[in-house]
Design a protein around this ligand. Structure first.
Ligand code: P53
Length: 474
């Protein structure tokens, strides 16, 4: 047997991409609510200081998404039917604190997730909860400039107190910030950041990063105090960088690109700012707003495990002639000539998953948890409404095989695997419904038309078999 007996098989979603119910239960507005579908998904809101309201020219998919707010019982029953041991979801901050800076949490929001977690427990599904997954209350964006402000640490701390206490005994696995390194690539989505004209954007990003890192350490501290059973993980948008050639300059460029991402996990897992980053920040004239006690906090409260998303490896080159970039990815990198790509231009590299796992395990020597992996594809239901998604099965089987090799052949300690978008949901990068990842098809299109009916795809029965055999039967 390669995987642990208690291996956590499951699937993953995020509140803003599946819940909908955006005004229900006293919920407040978040940054991602205001991101429409289409080419100006992020440009309509970023760069503007004032709250931008919904307008009639755009469609805002997060408002209703796949309406999991009302369908969660039936959806969790389908996850249970596949044999899920875990379900990764995120809490919408604005359900718990609609504005973000209140002192008392909103009971309706707390009750919603309590019920959802109990529903999971009914089927012995272990909830894996992301505290923030690309959401920040709009009120905090407007009033404080989101994570650029130190005040955010306190607001996040209040959120943590509220949820850790309320869900004690119901939830054990927590992730502090989804894809924390995304702050560098998509600062509004990642951390609610907008920029003033002419300001040093890098300064703002690293200032916000410091605040998130301190908040993450405080969350880890509180989680362990509230319940020593709690396990807290960091979460990285991973994918090792390859050098385009063996030219040393290319190799160094690949290492540098990896370090841009490792930077965050180095702090969360080793508890210190790495030397290479301190030097680089200094060269760039960027100052981290470190306050008394911060460094001790970071050192004392490191994470228990390393979680990450993996969709593709990346490539770096220093040759200006090698400039063909991969398409459609917020993390555009040089195109790898050896790899095929998805319909959205994301390159497909199962062996890269094994390489990435080894890089992370060698570096941190803590258990890993793959909390996102999957293929975004156009699914075409047949006349009976059935989707034969062999391409998705092939993608997942190859990645599970690679992850098995990392465990069996390389000795990596892996806690679990949750595929991204186990039920079709709204794409984070594009806002589309058309980019589907699920085992469960949801009848809804990019413009919001459709019955929301759920149906099982071919991959549903396949994944059920994979889980039942603990990854032996691919
Ligand atoms: P979508 C870019 C690159 C890597 C991961 O992405 C990313 C993104 C954002 O697009 O985000 C993660 O929906 C993220 C999920 C997201 C998923 O990847 O653009 O944590 O929220 O849905 C897939 O295809």
């Amino acid at each position: 047997m390669s995987f642990r007996k208690d291996f956590l098989w499951g699937g993953a979603t995020a509140a803003n991409q599946c819940e909908g119910g955006y005004t229900e239960g006293g919920r407040g507005l978040a940054n991602v609510d205001l991101a429409p579908v289409g080419p100006d998904r992020f440009s309509v809101i970023t760069g503007k200081k004032k709250m931008v309201d919904f307008d009639s020219q755009h469609f805002y998919p997060a408002q209703n998404a796949i309406d999991m707010y009302h369908h969660y019982k039936a959806d969790i029953a389908l996850f249970a039917e596949m044999g899920f041991k875990t379900y990764r979801l995120s809490i919408a901050w604005t359900r718990i604190f609609p504005l973000g800076d209140e002192t008392e949490p909103n009971e309706a929001g707390l009750a919603f997730y309590e019920d959802l977690f109990k529903e999971c427990r009914k089927y012995n599904i272990e909830p894996l909860v992301t505290i923030t997954h690309f959401d920040c209350p709009m009120h905090l964006v407007e009033k404080y400039g989101a994570w650029r402000s130190r005040k955010m640490v306190g607001f996040y701390e209040n959120l943590c107190h509220a949820i850790f206490n309320r869900y004690k005994g119901l939830v054990k696995y927590w992730l502090t910030f989804n894809e924390i390194n995304m702050i560098l690539h998509a600062p509004f989505m990642g951390a609610g950041l907008y920029f003033e004209d002419g300001e040093n954007q890098e300064q703002v990003k690293y200032q916000a990063a410091h605040h998130e890192l301190v908040a993450s350490a405080i969350a880890t501290k509180i989680a362990h105090e509230v319940d020593p059973e709690n396990q807290v993980g960091c979460m990285l948008a991973a994918g090792t960088n390859y050098a385009y050639t063996c030219k040393p300059e290319d190799v160094l460029a690949a290492r540098k690109a990896d370090r841009d991402n490792f930077f965050f996990i180095d702090v969360q897992s080793r508890g210190e700012y790495p030397a290479y980053a301190l030097k680089e920040l200094k060269r760039q004239g960027i100052e981290l707003p470190i306050e008394d006690g911060d460094l001790a906090l970071l050192k004392a409260h490191t994470v228990d495990f390393i979680s990450f998303s993996y969709y593709a490896s990346r490539v770096q080159s220093t040759d200006p002639k090698i400039n063909e970039k991969t398409a459609g990815n917020l993390f555009a990198s040089v195109k790898n000539p050896y790899l095929a790509a998805s319909e959205w231009g994301w390159q497909i590299d199962p062996l890269g998953l094994r390489i990435t796992m080894n890089d992370l395990y060698d570096r941190y020597q803590k258990p890993l948890f793959i909390v996102e992996n999957g293929l975004g594809a156009v699914d075409v239901p047949d006349e009976a409404g059935y989707v034969s998604d062999d391409y998705r099965i092939d993608y997942l089987a190859a990645h599970i095989q690679a992850m098995k090799d990392a465990v069996e052949l390389d000795g990596v300690d892996l806690l679990g695997y949750t595929t991204w978008g186990c039920i079709d949901l709204v794409s984070a990068g594009t806002g589309e419904m058309k980019k589907r990842y699920g085992f469960i098809y949801v009848d809804r299109d990019n413009e919001g038309n459709g019955t929301l009916k759920r149906s099982k795809k071919k991959s549903f029965d396949w994944y059920k078999k994979v889980i039942a055999s603990n990854g032996e039967d691919l």
